[in-house]
Design a protein around this ligand. Structure first.
Ligand code: 3PG
Length: 389
């Protein structure tokens, strides 16, 4: 029985490591010395087979496949290696674990979106709400580190420098999505956000000069067409809401690009990576939130919301902030366990759960043609995932 276990590239290429003795990669070392860029240990590897590795005969039987990948989401990723059951526990346990991550991620995301919208309906200050989400997460992680509930990461200046552009893009994407949700239905924001792969391909093609197989380009047609159909038939269309979701898509594409470029070779757990991203984003966002909205508007708006909703309003704000951090933390933790492909499929499924649940909870009016547009766009993201594979 096989199970997937994560190893850092360092661990595999460091001759002192016990793992390197188990699954030695002599070709990697050799090629590094001959300056062959495609096999640097600092670059993501894709090794489809362990066939050419000079393993001792007694180990050959036990090692079946080595696989590594580049993260589609802002994480420096390591090598994934499939090992035997003696080495890595059971596949069933691993599947259950991933299933649990996914279920938790989607559930937390649905709850976040519901409370976020409830808060924004009563208190339409998305810049403060975005700041509070990041502040809650930062505080939770600082407490977790101080109390040793979570391992304190060992980080240097290089890490923070590499994280900075990622955090700028994360901040813009987060605020833009929140602004969008303050203006339009949650379902509409997420329908437009399901178009993120189209942004990814277009930016990679036209700004970075990357080429993709034809099926990838073809899969963009239903994504773009579906989003366009959903947008033009949206009953409560609002240009700021639409543009917010589009800007969020663009910003998150840059977040991934900066992350891939800057964070390669750095090793930090998904949970700590997201914690650092939150802290840096909070520092970036706070002055802008004060400049755009400011304490005067916040104080007046807060009083109005409290008088309309009552003390529950404070709980709603707390819930949206805490759940924002939790769903993101779980999604980054799940990326430690799964490939970017599985992640992006999971992300699309997440959007379906959010779209359906928010339509039910907020009684969002939708026309059949509008739902058709959403369905086509979502189908397109599935096709894109397959084509990208
Ligand atoms: C945010 O506020 O950051 C966005 O709602 C995030 O959206 P996503 O995690 O669903 O892409």
């Amino acid at each position: 029985m096989m199970a997937m276990v994560k190893y850092s590239a360092y661990l595999l290429t460091n001759p002192a490591s016990p793992r390197s003795q188990l699954c030695t990669l002599p070709s990697i070392h050799n090629l590094q010395h001959t300056n062959q860029p495609s096999m640097s240990s600092l670059k993501p590897l894709h090794i489809s087979s362990a066939h050419n590795f000079a393993l001792p005969p007694e180990l050959r039987r036990r090692v079946t496949a080595c696989q590594a990948y580049e993260a589609d989401r802002s994480r420096p990723l390591e090598l994934n290696i499939e090992l035997s059951d003696e080495e890595a526990g059971t596949e069933t346990t691993q599947r259950l674990k991933i299933g649990l991550y996914f279920a938790t991620w989607w559930a937390l995301n649905v709850v976040f979106n519901i409370y976020n919208k409830k808060v924004l309906n009563a208190f339409p200050y998305p810049w403060l709400i975005s700041t509070l989400s990041l502040a809650a997460g930062s505080l939770m992680m600082l407490i977790s580190w101080a109390t040793r509930v979570a391992d304190v990461p060992k980080l240097n200046l290089e890490f923070w420098k590499a994280l900075f552009p990622v955090a700028v893009a994360h901040t813009i994407g987060h605020v833009a999505a929140t602004v969008s949700m303050s203006k339009v239905a949650v379902s509409f924001t997420h329908i437009i956000k399901s178009g993120e792969p189209a942004f990814s391909v277009l930016v990679s093609r036209f700004l970075l000069g990357e080429a993709f197989p034809v099926p990838v380009y073809l899969s963009l047609l239903p994504i773009i067409g579906g989003c366009a159909l959903a947008a033009v038939t949206e009953l409560n269309f609002n240009m700021i809401g639409f543009m917010g979701a589009m800007i969020s898509n663009l910003a998150f594409v840059f977040r991934n690009i900066f992350s891939k470029k800057g964070m390669k070779g750095m090793s930090v757990s998904g949970m700590n990576y997201y914690a650092c991203l939150s802290i840096l984003s909070l520092l970036i966002l706070t002055p802008f939130a004060i400049a755009v909205e400011g304490p005067k508007l916040w104080a007046a708006g807060w009083q109005t919301a409290l008088s309309q909703i009552g003390p529950n309003f404070v709980w709603w704000v707390a819930a949206q902030s805490v759940f924002y951090h939790l769903y993101n933390q779980v999604s980054y933790m799940s990326l430690d366990q799964i490939s970017p492909l599985t992640f992006s499929i999971g992300n699309t499924m997440k959007r379906i759960s959010v779209i359906v649940s928010s339509i039910l909870i907020f009684h969002t009016p939708i026309q059949p043609v509008n739902a058709l547009g959403a369905a086509i766009a979502i189908l397109g993201t599935f096709l894109y995932s397959q084509a990208k594979q």
